[in-house]
Design a protein around this ligand. Structure first.
Ligand SMILES: NC(=O)c1ccc[n+]([C@@H]2O[C@H](COP(=O)([O-])OP(=O)(O)OC[C@H]3O[C@@H](n4cnc5c(N)ncnc54)[C@H](OP(=O)(O)O)[C@@H]3O)[C@@H](O)[C@H]2O)c1
Length: 261
């Protein structure tokens, strides 16, 4: 059961790779940083010796690198059972007038264009099969909650949400298409969010103080909790409830803890 995870070198993607390795998935892990990807792969091999793990470094802000990634996956496997797009970026800007076009374009490239391109290129590997292949895109609550300085991130995540809707209706026109959903993690303590908060605090943006306060108070998920909730949607939710759905990480963690108690 081959599963591709982008953004596997850090945060939620890294935790998901470790979790799915334990659950018997064979993994293709992508990110830019080869050293960190190698460390994740080694940790998975140690923890789950039966698991096949490949690392595929790529820069998803670059369409050529993204196409090359898809081509390499096509050379490695005949079928992709699951694809989780965890890579994500979004530089804060001091104010609307100083939002840099290059940051905006990079956010659109990594958060919208690359997942679109990868889904297009990988579609032949995700059609047919005894069970439908599953695609999960990682959204963000910031898509609907506009805050000063968060334009690149929020606008690109809103476009990603719409991309998921688009793919859902497009896949409905195929008899043998994959199923797709959006996973909104909520606030998760990761290297990425800590970097974002530090930059936003330097710019004195109001959302930084709010996010930092919530992290400080422990009012957030760990990367492992977010990964478990995501793995639950991937492995346990039936196709009819999964396809086109928007899952909320915080709600899932709460309801799964309640169910287990
Ligand atoms: N943490 C939160 O509170 C939170 C909340 C809502 C949504 N999210 C979303 O959850 C996802 C994971 O976030 P995280 O908090 O785990 O962040 P993270 O720790 O910064 O991890 C982000 C991952 O994206 C990869 N990435 C970034 N730019 C890339 C590029 N140009 N090409 C290839 N890979 C790239 C990074 O890999 P390299 O550094 O190796 O390139 C890294 O593995 C993101 O989509 C984020 O928007 C997070």
């Amino acid at each position: 059961m081959w599963t591709l995870i982008t953004g596997a070198s850090s945060g939620i993607g890294r935790a998901l790779a470790l979790e799915l390795g334990q659950q018997g998935h064979d993994l293709m892990l992508s990110g830019r940083d080869k050293g960190r990807l190698t460390a994740v792969a080694e940790a998975i091999r140690e923890q789950s010796p039966g698991c096949q793990v490949e690392i595929l470094p790529a820069d998803l802000s670059d369409p050529a690198s993204t196409r090359e990634l898809a081509a390499r996956i096509g050379e490695e496997v005949e079928r992709l059972n699951a694809f989780i797009y965890c890579a994500g970026i979004g530089e804060p800007a001091p104010d609307f007038a100083s939002l840099e076009l290059i940051d905006f374009q990079e956010a659109l490239a990594v958060n919208v264009s690359a997942p679109l391109l990868l889904c297009q290129q990988l579609l032949p590997l995700m059609r047919g099969g005894d069970t439908a292949s599953r695609i999960v895109m990682i959204g963000a609550g910031m898509d609907k909650q506009a805050q000063p300085g968060t334009g690149s991130y929020g606008i690109s995540k809103m476009a990603l949400r719409r991309l998921v809707r688009q793919m859902a209706v497009e896949f409905d026109t195929m008899a043998d298409g994959p199923v797709v959903s959006l996973f909104q993690p909520g606030l998760v303590d990761t290297p990425g969010i800590r970097r974002h908060i530090a930059k936003a605090e330097n710019l004195d943006l109001p959302h930084a103080r709010w996010l930092a306060g919530r992290l400080e108070a422990g009012e957030c998920l760990t990367a492992e909790q977010a990964a478990s909730a995501l793995a639950f949607t991937l492995r346990q939710v039936p196709d009819s409830d999964f396809h086109g759905a928007v899952f909320n990480g915080r709600d899932l963690v709460d309801s799964l803890s309640f169910a287990a108690s």
